[in-house]
Ligand binder design. Structure first.
Ligand code: UTP
Length: 329
């Protein structure tokens, strides 16, 4: 077991993924056959990280119920963030569970394909970064020639650096992080109205903490419908699961739960079908069909069908004369 505590903030409302997040918290939405949070927790367990603090908020009871049931073998702490005041505030909310454990902070709506041991064998605080074209939506880092971070800026208005902070942080000096978060809250230091984790890390830098960066190429956001679908594609590509069905065809890469019912249909490529879903007489490409959803007589592409949603299409009955054109596109 690695001596490290994962901290996963999942309190947010997930407005960009409505209507799905009206019924479920974002982290429980399905991608490539299991909830986003399950991808994260499976990766942590695989890398030997068992101590985990989950910062809950919006529909926190559902998150806790799911995690306790499926990951009862982990050392779990749940802390509620009562007001959504920003990522810095979310991490601050969990401070009593940290002790002096080194921390691995992972945003709850992001799946990483990265060897975490690279981060924690580096021995210093380090921040996962990726080069992006337009850094204005992100926090960015400015590093010196030897790779040490000199400055961190949340959502810069001027394009001073293209190295974006991706949402994966390794904190070795946990007491100093907590001190910096306390200062943020006590002195009400906000950027764009929120307590930002980036600002707390900048305070750590100013207290002479050292920060390095590590490159995260495999960074898969699940925060919007388009990115949830592209993450679905990526994960299916990585783990194709060849399957044969009786009277249907699965085009790889795809994932079809063995607890789903598929009849007279073509599934895939890039489609995941979760437990309990029923698909009949349909062709589905590039889509996510969630738990117990029911799709019949439908042609779907790049679609997300939520838990227990029902979609009934129909076949056309036509009587078309010679040289006619009918175009439904
Ligand atoms: P986002 O900025 O994506 O917010 O947070 P959100 O609420 O999840 O989604 P939108 O913008 O409304 O669509 C990134 C991560 O940080 C957590 C979120 O739960 C998400 O996992 N977070 C953010 C908190 O836990 N608390 C906060 O105050 C802010």
């Amino acid at each position: 077991m690695v001596n490290m505590r994962a901290v996963i903030p999942v309190a947010g409302v997930g407005t960009r993924l409505r209507p799905h997040t009206y019924a479920l918290p974002k982290v429980l939405l399905n991608v490539a056959g299991k909830p986003i949070l399950a991808h994260i927790l499976d990766a942590l367990q695989n890398q030997g990280i068992m101590k985990t603090t989950i910062i809950t908020g919006y529909m926190g009871d559902l998150v806790e119920e799911f995690v306790r049931k499926r990951y009862g073998n982990m050392d779990l702490q749940f802390v509620e963030q009562k007001e959504m005041l920003g990522l810095g505030h979310a991490i601050w909310t969990g401070r009593d569970t940290f002790g002096s454990d080194p921390l691995l902070i992972i945003l709850g709506d992001t799946i990483f394909d990265v060897d975490l041991s690279l981060a924690f064998t580096s021995g210093v605080n380090s921040i996962g970064v990726k080069e992006v074209e337009d850094p204005r939506r992100f926090g960015v880092v400015i590093s010196n020639a030897s790779g040490k971070i000199e400055k961190l800026i949340e959502k810069p208005e001027e394009p001073i650096s293209n190295m974006a902070i991706v949402g994966l942080y390794f904190i070795k000096d946990t007491p100093l992080l907590v001190k910096s978060l306390n200062k943020l809250i006590d002195e009400d230091i906000r950027t764009r109205g929120e307590y930002q984790l980036t600002d707390a890390l900048q305070l750590m830098l100013e207290s002479k903490a050292e920060f390095a960066t590590f490159n995260v190429d495999g960074w898969y956001d699940c925060g919007k419908p388009e990115t949830l679908l592209s993450t679905n594609r990526f994960l299916l590509d990585k783990n194709p699961t060849p399957q044969v069905l009786k009277d249907s065809i699965i085009i790889q890469p795809s994932f079809v739960s063995d607890k789903a019912v598929i009849e007279r249909s073509i599934i895939g490529p890039y489609t995941s079908v979760a437990d309990g879903a029923i698909v009949k007489d349909s062709i589905i490409r590039g889509s996510i069909i969630s738990y117990e959803a029911k799709v019949t007589s439908s042609l779907l592409v790049d679609s997300i069908v939520g838990n227990r949603a029902e979609l009934n299409g129909h076949f056309h009955r036509l009587n078309i004369g010679n040289s006619s054109t009918i175009d439904h596109s």
